[in-house]
Design a protein around this ligand. Structure first.
Ligand code: NAI
Length: 670
């Protein structure tokens, strides 16, 4: 009998079961894949085999459950049933009367790792491409195919908790050290190693006794409290319940059934639904970017300041050959130091660090221009400077070289007038810090050619960033939506609300950083220049206090003083105390963002509502558990939001006037 996704081959009385999901780049555990495996296991169990090997024919073992199927879940009991049937299947695997071995290469994540955990042995390919982990918590859930039950006895309780609570992945080497896999071997020995395990049948691995915590409540309760303290510092239990559920299950030494029920509730809950949607929006941006071949190998970056250096460093770390130009040699030297520190931290292995450094060349005279496939400009935010630079650049590059600007606020069309062939210029707008912010706005000027845009999309995807199409208009999407929020926060400061109160309200809402702290981090000079750029078209009133501070050299963290005062390590001093106030702080901050999002939608800055949510979550970290500003607006209901905006407009001024887009129903069609 043949299967769509699995292949079964027998040799020497060992069955090799290979997963190769039809029509997909990577193996995921969809309904269909699991159903087929159930049939295979029933048959294998009835035979007298020496053993079974489970492996993958793709570039990775299994990347997890099929997240698309999560969207069809309507309630918690249906979701719990899903977990139960997965557990049942893996129990069959675990109960086979002969040894089973998972042969792991590439990614082995989530449900994929749970499947491997149900095997008697695990062998992993020993290279940097192999990553194992249980990232479920990032989607607002926890393992549901008995992972919470099988992992602790194998690797020890605290290691298991750490893996599940952080969702981090580990290399093959780390996995062997913690007992997650039995052996790591080079590719060519993988199957041989599995056969030897089947022949020798060593005792399956267990964590040493001192790494196991007995299931006694009097012991587990205080230990849980200890672990919970560090969880609380990272995740608000009202926003992100999953890590607390993981702790509950552990403390109660829970059964598979408890796990299934708990998973069911999480999967049907708001947080997980929104996180799953945000994840899928990111996947969609990647998918769209991947469609486009970019033909780029050599990248030349001009300007080695905050952004240029980071862009060059990141680009070289992704395998591109990069030349980095600046007018000042000392700035280039600083960028190279920064690169070295970054690669040491990220890549660790000295050889990999050296290779990345070899790909990044300081280039004072711009010699790299002649051979570059792409030039990214990241010099000062000044239109004449940028124009002058591009005229010079165009004369020195090949006719096929793609040109991009990282400008935050200058209309692309104005820069493009400096070019003989303006169609080749696009915006590649990165966010600070480049290594952390996944979004890149692909800015379409009126003159940008489709081919140039496609190459830019493809390139951003190759950088492992998420390309989002935006129209060249003031502030594009992210800064435009962010700015009214920052300005509102500054207004609250002017009204005398303590800094801690303002930032605290935003943090409580679920923002990764308060607006005042964010303004200090970005730099008040940059905030001022973006605010001024937006003040005309968006009718934003730039707070006088901001102007005064910039004039006095108070630029935020970089100058040691901004709204907060900073110590030498960049840590802020206290910003007043928090007491309950009557002021609707959160409402004022968040509704300005939501209202501006609708304005962007109405003006066609982005194509649709999903783009706004993806942009704000991946570009600013907008409360992911709420799924982005438009999803949040949808939860509140547009009638309620309009009424709130009207009320705020009456009390605080016209800036709260509901945008005309609220009344255009067609904008909200999904
Ligand atoms: P920066 O002032 O830190 O760096 C600019 C660098 O360009 C300086 O090192 C300067 O020496 C160099 N430079 C100026 N003119 C040059 C020329 N003709 N040739 C070679 N090098 C030249 O500025 P930053 O913050 O890195 O901003 C650069 C661009 O990125 C701006 O367009 C800005 O709007 C944009 N941007 C900034 C973000 C931020 O958070 N700072 C975020 C996203 C975009």
């Amino acid at each position: 009998m043949s299967f769509r996704h699995w292949r079964v081959d027998d040799q020497n009385n060992i069955s090799t079961v290979t997963l190769d999901v039809e029509g997909a780049n990577a193996n995921t555990l969809s309904h269909e894949v699991l159903d087929e495996l159930a049939k295979i296991l029933d048959r294998l169990a009835a035979r007298e085999l020496e053993g079974v090997i489970i492996r993958s024919a793709k570039g990775s073992f299994i990347v997890g459950a099929d997240v698309n199927e999560f969207r069809q879940i309507s309630d918690s009991s249906q979701a719990a049933d899903l977990a139960r049937s997965g557990q049942h299947l893996l129990n069959k695997l675990a109960g086979l009367p002969f040894p089973s071995v998972a042969v792991i290469h590439g990614h082995c994540l989530g449900g994929g790792l749970e499947l491997a955990l149900a095997c008697r042995y695990r062998v992993a390919r020993e290279d940097e491409g192999t990553r194992l982990g249980l990232p479920e918590v990032r989607l607002g859930i926890h393992p549901g195919f008995a992972g919470t039950v099988r992992l602790p006895p194998l690797v020890g309780d605290f290691t298991a908790l750490n893996l599940m609570l952080t969702g981090r992945t580990v290399s093959a080497r780390q996995a062997r050290a913690m007992g997650l896999v039995d052996q790591t071997v080079p590719e060519r020995y993988l199957l041989r190693a599995a056969e030897v395990l089947i022949a020798k049948r060593p005792k399956p691995k267990r964590a040493r006794w001192w790494r196991r915590v007995p299931p006694w409540q009097w012991l587990r309760k205080p230990l849980r409290r200890l672990v919970e303290r560090s969880v609380r510092a990272k995740a608000n239990p009202d926003h992100y319940p999953a890590p607390y559920r993981i702790l509950d299950l552990w403390q109660q030494h829970a059964s598979q059934e408890d796990e299934a029920r708990s998973l069911g509730e999480l999967l049907a809950g708001r947080t997980s639904r929104n996180l799953v949607r945000v994840f899928l929006l990111g996947e969609e941006l990647k998918r769209r970017g991947k469609k486009h071949p970019h033909g780029i190998e050599r990248v030349h970056v001009v300007g080695a300041g905050v952004m240029g250096a980071d862009i060059a460093i990141w680009t070289a770390s992704r395998g591109f050959a990069v030349t980095l130009q600046d007018r000042h040699p000392e700035i280039l030297a600083r960028a190279m130091q920064k690169a070295h520190a970054f690669y040491r931290k990220k890549l660790k292995q000295p050889r990999a660090v050296q290779e990345a450094m070899d790909r990044l060349m300081p280039d004072l005279r711009g010699d790299g221009l002649a051979r570059a496939d792409l030039v990214i400009e990241a010099i000062v935010e000044n239109v004449d400077a940028k124009r002058g630079l591009f005229t010079d650049v165009e004369a020195r590059v090949r006719p096929t070289t793609l040109l991009a600007s990282n400008t935050s606020s200058i209309p692309l069309e104005e820069i493009a007038t400096a070019l003989k062939d303006p169609a080749r210029l696009v915006g590649l707008h990165f966010f600070n810090p480049v290594a952390q912010m996944q979004l890149v706005e692909i800015v379409r000027g009126a003159q940008s050619g489709e081919d140039a845009l496609n190459r830019a999309r493809g390139f951003a995807t190759a950088l492992d960033r998420l390309p989002l199409d935006v129209k060249s208009s003031p502030g594009f999407l992210v800064n435009r939506v962010l700015m009214p929020y920052l300005i509102e926060a500054m207004k609250l400061v002017e009204e005398g609300v303590p800094l801690a109160e303002i930032d605290g309200a935003a943090l409580d809402f679920g923002m990764p950083m308060g607006p005042i702290r964010l303004a200090d981090t970005v730099g008040l000079d940059i905030c001022l220049s973006v605010a001024e750029e937006l003040s005309g078209p968006l009718n934003i009133q730039v707070p006088q206090r901001l102007r005064n501070m910039v004039a006095a050299g108070q630029l935020g963290i970089k100058s040691g003083s901004g709204f907060y005062q900073y110590d030498a390590r960049g840590k802020p001093t206290k910003g007043g105390s928090r007491e309950p106030r009557n002021e609707p702080i959160t409402e004022r901050l968040i509704l300005r963002m939501v209202n501006e999002s609708v304005a962007c939608l109405r003006e066609g800055v982005v194509a649709d509502l999903d783009s706004i949510d993806a942009g704000m979550v991946y570009g600013t970290g907008f409360a992911p558990y709420l799924g982005g500003p438009m999803r949040y607006a949808d939860t509140l209901g547009d009638v309620g939001i309009r009424a709130s905006l009207d009320r705020l407009a009456e009390e605080y001024g016209q800036r709260f006037q509901p945008d005309a887009g609220w009344l255009q129903r067609e904008l909200f069609q999904r």
